[in-house]
Design a binder for this molecule. Structure first.
Ligand SMILES: *Cc1c(COP(=O)(O)O)cnc(C)c1O
Length: 400
């Protein structure tokens, strides 16, 4: 028997790994010091714990520990990267290049700068959700100060050609920011090899706690200067004032230490489960299409459109399975997915999409259970759909 509800929404958030919880617990108890307290052992021990976490993170992405700035999450990291770089480079230019499938944590700060007079280019993507590096090269002008393109998309899992984009930015002498909230801990990320200057990360997408993230800020080749967006005690070398969230940071560090150790094995396992989910669904149901790049995609992502079945209705029918839908994908908004639209999907394909996000704690039994439930629910909903009937879909029932 599969324990329900089944959680399959790991692009929204992930359960905190029990090993991460264990690592965090002392920070609430005996090790409760303020990492900025320089005058006693409570502070020193907290600072040591933060340094250990910084080292784990830096190692995972090929950075120096001094290049890690702790924040409250990827949203803040994106804001700091975009506002901070734009402000610091104001005398050099006023143009930002970004992409149509970015998270709102990038699109909204960029729109804010545009409303204050910045020039903005939003690059299109192809049907698989990828930016053409040639478009990036052509978009850069003498006034460009920042290119911001995500590492992995949160809806369809598509991986951008980050290394090629990094090389183009380097050649043009333009800073390259990448929102890697979905990628860090899931796929290899090496800021040196990829030529990334600013990289946003989030703990809760990688089995760490909510409310903590980090921004990698390159210090060599080039040394990136940022204007802070928060002012106060001058923590994090003046880039992010505010008492450090020591328990969160310790949890984040432990989460990434585990990710570094287990990534090859875990991504193999998740890719196999994800492919099983996809193949079994496609074998049982007609008119199912994949959204996202077939290969250059996060190993745990599966975004499907089920023709003639509204995602909202399907989610209601799958009431013991946690997934999300392209018709209301960014939970806080009710806008149909700007990502699927940018990928050239029709309105019908957008509203019939469902995102499955597999994770560390999913089992094969759960995958098989989800396949059964999806088959049943889609078949039932299609039987009720006049559109399906009209399209001659009823005939396909004889498939099973
Ligand atoms: C989740 C997510 C964010 C926001 O991260 P928080 O830590 O929740 O602020 C930003 N970008 C992407 C791509 C995400 O998936």
């Amino acid at each position: 028997m599969t324990r329900t509800p089944v959680y399959m929404d790991s692009h929204a958030t992930t359960r905190v790994d029990p090993r991460v919880v264990q690592a965090m617990l002392p920070c609430f108890d005996t090790e409760f010091g303020n990492a900025a307290s320089r005058t006693h052992a409570f502070g020193w021990r907290a600072e040591e714990a933060v340094t250990r976490a910084r080292t784990h993170m830096a190692r995972l992405i090929g950075a120096d520990p001094k290049e890690i700035v702790f924040t409250s999450g990827a949203t803040e990291s994106d804001n700091l990267a975009i506002f901070g770089a734009f402000e610091a480079l104001r005398s050099k230019g006023d143009h930002i290049v970004t992409g149509a499938t970015e998270h709102h944590a990038v699109l909204d700060p960029v729109a804010r700068l545009q409303s204050r007079g910045a020039r903005v280019t939003v690059l299109p993507v192809d049907r698989d959700g990828r930016v053409d590096p040639g478009d990036v090269r052509r978009a850069i002008t003498g006034r460009t100060v920042l290119v911001s393109l995500m590492f992995a998309n949160n809806e369809v899992g598509t991986l951008h050609p980050v290394a090629e984009i990094g090389a183009i930015c380097k050649e043009a002498g333009v800073l390259f920011h990448s929102d890697a909230a979905q990628a860090v801990g899931k796929v290899p990320v090496d800021v040196q090899a990829l030529g990334v200057d600013l990289l946003s990360m989030s703990a809760h997408k990688a089995y760490g706690p909510k409310g903590v993230g980090a921004l990698f800020v390159r210090r060599k080749n080039p040394r990136v200067a940022l204007e802070p967006i928060l002012f106060g005690g001058g923590h994090e070398r003046g880039l992010r004032s505010g008492t450090l969230n020591v328990p969160g940071i310790v949890g984040f560090g432990e989460a990434l230490r585990i990710a570094a150790a287990e990534m090859p094995e875990e991504s193999r396992r998740l890719r196999a489960l994800r492919d099983r989910l996809h193949q079994e669904i496609a074998a049982r149901l007609a008119d199912v299409t994949l959204n996202g790049h077939p290969v250059e995609r996060l190993p745990h992502n599966l975004n499907l459109s089920f023709a003639y079945v509204e995602g909202e209705a399907l989610m209601s029918a799958l009431d013991d399975i946690a997934v999300s839908s392209g018709s209301a994908c960014t939970s806080a908004s009710k806008e149909p997915s700007h990502v699927l639209r940018a990928m050239g999907r029709t309105d019908d394909q957008v509203v019939t999409s469902i995102r499955f996000g597999l994770g560390r704690f999913n089992t094969r039994d759960e995958v098989d259970y989800v396949v059964e439930r999806v088959e049943g629910a889609v078949t039932r909903l299609r039987a009720l759909s006049p559109l399906y009937e009209a399209a001659g879909g009823g005939a396909r029932f004889s498939r099973r």
